[in-house]
Ligand binder design. Structure first.
Ligand code: ADP
Ligand code: MG
Length: 990
């Protein structure tokens, strides 16, 4: 007998559903006693009882049913006794019931007679008072619960007609809900348990009558075929109406419809319901839930195993069936009294029931052949008896002793049925459809995802390619840059290395050079120290030698002076003697000549002069003594420390002394001359006594050269001038000038002095001298004379003459400038230089001669003389510069002169700047004036600024003691744009 079997579309089936047949258990059941003898009050087999207990507890088979293999599930049998009906109550009032129930022992006693009875053990014994509810719970509920868990279940009623099969199963309980039968209550429990969303509940209602299956829900379908699956043996009834139920109400309607159709059908066929079998088929399809997911293996048709992971677990579905069968009455045909058709009918009914009995017997006895196929009923109940269903059979019996045989037969059927062992199996199969749907959905999702991913990958690839290209380009650029940078770095490195090497070399050279220099320096320092020592020593030596020479010279000179003084003394004595003689002579002449007053006056003058001369001499002697003392002191005091400055001072003083001495000598000579003259006059007068006195009245003392006459001799000078005037008158200019060319030096000296004095005396004399050719003679003397005195005096004379504008032109015309310039270059004597400078200074004041003067070297000569630091010389130079500047300024103002100052051209500016603030006012005054004149002209401004004269100009404008010069400087500063700009540049507010 095939037990299980669940087809599937794809041919797969669960391995756990492979058929396990428990032959042993069947055998044990079969061998167990089916009935208890009166002596045997206890059933031999405890299995039914224990099984019953297990079921009631909701454990045992239900739980074991979940196992992969089927478990033993014996058909449970309960017996229900119908109460006496009205007829029985009436008819059998005097008779006792044929059965006695022992429900607590689950036993039934069947009376054979008054003294004998048989006892039967059942799974449940339900008395006539047992409620419908209790009957349901005891008989059907375990089956219903089992169906809801996925097992097939069968509840079947077997019994004589009228014993309450339909009452037990099909009562609707419309009037009294307590009457509700098993069908209604089962459906209530099923509907309460299933889930409308996940589970489906369909119901078919069939009638089997005379081996014909009729659909009670569609009565026209009255010949429904029973189809068996050849592989699994499962039976199905294609074409049966399957009503999907949602609620109890529709089920009740369905039952009513079915009953109505059954009634109508039976009426039509002129039969009774008790003669047909009614089958309510309830299909419960439930999705497995809360099952632990785990991997498992499924097999395909080829026997290959396919591993299914829990992620793709095949869902399972449980398709269980509850079959509630209300059998036709089991009464015997003969007893029913049927005939004809009824007989056939009874046969047919009995065929099914007989077949059922046979099958049950066979199953109970564990017979190798079970005649299932003998009737449609047994085919339909194939799974219910000896199959996989959990089956509960209720046998109904009546109490009447009249039906004792039927009752006994029913009890025996029940007893045999109790021996039927089913192998309950979970009706679970894979839900391939659901799986397929789910997989398709997943597949669609995966395809869509795949498409999206493919697109994304495609896009990504494109993007990636683009980025790769860009990156490649950038990398290439970067590489080229790096290469270029590396090249530059490499070159730079090489260059730096080269430089480093060079620097190192240079450093080494420098070091060597430095070392050499240091060495040289040390040597030089040593040399210098040595040289310095030597030099200092030599200089000391030299200074000492110079001092010694000077001392010697001085001693020599002093000796000379002493000698000369001695001579002078002798001379004086002689002169005194001569004077004395002259006095005598004069005395004698007085006596001879008239008037004598003049001679007396002259003599008085001479006496005075002589006295002065004596004074002078004494002064000279004092000075000489002082000089000697000085010399002595000098000799004693000279040390190596005395410097050249002191020597220079001494030299100067010595020069002055010499000058003084010369002057004294000149004086003495002059005196001698005068004396000579007096003497001549005296002689002439002696000779020309009696010649008028007019000549004598205009006569007077000769005068000396004015330019360098010492101040303490002014009175003498006046006297000399008078004498000279007298000489000029008496001797005549021509004669005096001729004396300039005398062979005798002394005569030439005296003559030139006379001319010089004349020139200094009056402008008239100057004209006369020039007219007489004196200028030429003087220039010749200046040029040719080697005598310093002559040159000095001649220069003085020329200077005097040069005060006159006409003479200036004559001097110029006769080459005087050149002569003066040469003298200026050659001369050493400060007085000579003073004269020459004075002459040139006078010439500088002539507007007409400026160009020529400069061309012939006048300015350069003038500037050259500043080498003599004598204040008198410098004063004359300053005067000359001032004169020249003034003329230039005038020329510029009058418009006939343009261009830079010739003074500046000849380089006068540095000296001007250097002496602008000279201590000597005679110098400073001229320089200040010269500077103002130069600065007045914008053409000189630049030189003034660059030469540093601007500051002197500012100083002059602020400090100069002379108002006119100060204001001239201020005007000049304000007027010059160049000065203003320079002052602004130097942020000097003026
Ligand atoms: P059957 O279907 O076996 O032929 P029925 O169910 O039609 O028997 O019952 C026959 C009669 O007996 C009915 O009138 C029914 O109501 C009644 N009957 C059956 N069993 C019981 C019971 N247990 N209690 C009361 N009345 C019953
Ligand atoms: Mg009935």
């Amino acid at each position: 007998m095939a037990f299980a079997s669940h087809n599937s579309k794809n041919g797969l089936h669960a391995s756990r559903l492979d058929r396990p047949l428990s032959v042993n258990s069947m055998k044990s059941l079969a061998s167990s006693p089916t009935a208890l003898t009166p002596t045997s009050t206890r059933p031999k087999s405890a299995a039914p009882g224990s099984s019953s207990v297990q079921r009631r507890n909701g454990t045992g088979a239900q739980k074991s049913g979940k196992d992969d293999s089927g478990v033993s599930g014996r058909v449970r049998v309960a017996v229900r006794l119908r109460p006496r009906n009205a007829e029985e109550l009436a008819a059998d009032a005097d008779f006792a019931d044929c059965v006695e129930l022992l429900p607590e022992l689950k036993r039934l006693k069947l009376r054979k007679n008054n003294w004998d009875c048989e006892t039967y053990q059942f799974d449940e014994v339900l008395t006539e008072t047992a409620s419908q509810k209790r009957v349901y719970e005891v008989v059907a509920k375990p089956v219903v619960e089992s169906v809801l868990e996925g097992y097939n279940g069968t509840v079947m009623a077997y019994g004589q007609t009228g014993t309450g099969k339909t009452f037990t199963l099909g009562r609707l309980g419309e009037e009294d809900c307590a009457d509700r039968g098993i069908m209604v209550r089962a459906m209530e429990d099923i509907l309460a348990d299933i889930s409308p969303e996940h589970d489906t509940l369909t119901v078919s209602y069939l009638q089997l009558y005379m081996e014909t299956v009729q659909d009670l829900l569609a009565p026209e379908r009255d010949n429904i075929a029973i189809v068996e699956d050849p592989k699994t043996g499962d039976v199905s009834l294609p074409g049966t109406t399957l009503v999907e139920l949602k609620d109890q109400k529709s089920f009740l309607e369905l039952l009513q419809t079915g009953e109505a159709n059954r009634f109508a059908s039976n009426t039509k066929l002129n039969t009774e319901s008790s003669r047909s079998h009614a089958l309510l088929l309830v299909n419960v399809k439930r999705s497995a839930k809360n099952k632990q997911e785990k991997d498992f293996v499924i097999h395909n048709e080829n026997g290959n195993s396919v591993h299914v992971s829990k992620g793709h677990r095949v869902p399972t579905i449980r398709k269980s069936k509850l079959l509630i069968v209300d059998l036709a009455g089991s009464e015997r045909v003969d007893k029913s009294g049927s005939e004809g058709h009824q007989l056939e009918e009874a046969k047919a009914i009995n065929l099914s029931l007989t077949s059922l009995g046979k099958c049950i017997n066979a199953l109970a006895e564990n017979s190798p052949h079970v005649p299932t196929r003998d009737s449609k009923l047994t085919r339909l109940l194939r799974d219910s008896f000896g199959g996989t269903a959990r089956t509960s059979l209720i046998i109904t019996i009546g109490p009447s002793p009249r039906h004792r045989g039927e009752t006994s037969s029913t009890i025996l059927f029940g007893q045999r049925a109790m021996k039927v062992e089913n192998m309950v199996k979970l009706k679970e199969e894979f839900d391939y459809k659901s799986l397929c749907r789910r997989l398709e959905a997943e597949l669609d999702k995966l395809i869509a995802d795949n498409e999206r991913q493919a697109q994304a990958i495609f896009d990504g690839e494109e993007d990636m390619e683009r980025k790769l290209e860009e990156a490649g380009t950038r990398v290439a650029e970067a590489e080229s840059k790096v290469a270029a940078a590396l090249e530059v770095i490499s070159k730079e490195k090489q260059r730096q290395q080269k430089e480093l090497v060079e620097m190192m070399q240079n450093l080494q050279i420098e070091r060597a050079h430095r070392e050499r220099l240091e060495l040289e320096l040390r040597e030089n320092v040593q040399d210098l120290q040595d040289k310095k020592k030597k030099q200092i020593y030599a200089e000391n030596e030299k200074h000492q030698k110079e001092i010694r020479d000077i001392l010697e010279q001085h001693q020599q000179e002093i000796k000379d002076v002493q000698t000369r003084l001695a001579n002078e003394c002798g001379q004086r004595e002689r002169l005194e003697k001569e004077l004395h003689e002259a006095n005598i002579c004069l005395q004698q002449s007085k006596e001879i000549l008239e008037p004598e007053n003049i001679h007396k006056e002259e003599l008085s003058d001479l006496k005075q002069m002589l006295e002065k001369e004596c004074e002078l001499r004494q002064q000279a002697e004092r000075e000489l003594d002082a000089f000697k003392r000085e010399e002595k002191k000098l000799t004693n005091g000279i040390t190596e420390k005395n410097d050249i400055g002191e020597i220079w001072v001494l030299k100067k003083r010595l020069e002055q002394e010499l000058l003084e001495r010369e002057k004294l000598e000149d004086e003495i000579k002059s005196l001698k001359q005068q004396l000579l003259q007096v003497h001549v006059d005296a002689e002439e007068r002696s000779r020309t006594i009696g010649k008028g006195s007019s000549a004598r009245s205009s006569g007077g003392s000769n005068s000396t050269i004015s330019l360098h006459t010492p101040s303490n001799m002014k009175d003498t000078i006046n006297g000399q001038r008078a004498t000279i005037a007298k000489l000029f008158e008496q001797v005549g200019l021509q004669k005096i000038l001729s004396l300039l060319e005398s062979e005798d030096v002394d005569v030439r000296v005296h003559a030139v002095k006379v001319v010089a004095n004349l020139a200094a005396e009056a402008e008239v004399n100057q004209e006369k001298i020039v007219e007489a050719g004196g200028l030429g003679s003087l220039l010749t003397l200046l040029q040719s004379s080697e005598d310093e005195t002559i040159r000095r005096v001649a220069a003085g004379a020329i200077a005097n003459l040069a005060m006159n504008e006409t003479n200036q032109e004559l001097i110029m015309a006769q080459g005087g400038i050149g002569l003066l310039a040469r003298t200026a270059d050659d001369a050493e004597d400060p007085q000579t230089l003073r004269m020459v400078a004075g002459a040139i200074a006078n010439l500088c004041g002539n507007d007409k001669l400026q160009i020529k003067l400069r061309e012939e070297g006048g300015i350069r000569a003038l500037l050259g003389m500043v080498r003599s630091r004598h204040a008198d010389v410098l004063a004359q130079v300053a005067r000359g510069i001032a004169n020249f500047a003034k003329c230039e300024s005038r020329g510029a103002a009058q418009g006939y002169r343009t261009g830079r100052s010739l003074l500046i051209e000849d380089g006068a500016l540095p000296w001007i700047v250097a002496n602008a603030n000279n201590e000597a006012s005679s110098i400073r005054r001229h320089i200040e004036l010269a500077l103002c004149h130069l600065a007045q002209h914008e053409v000189n401004a630049k030189d003034v600024v660059s030469g540093g004269a601007l500051w002197e100009l500012i100083r002059i404008s602020r400090e100069c003691s002379r108002e006119d010069i100060r204001s001239l400087a201020q005007r000049t500063l304000n007027a010059s744009p160049t000065f203003q700009a320079e002052l602004r540049r130097l942020h000097v507010t003026y």
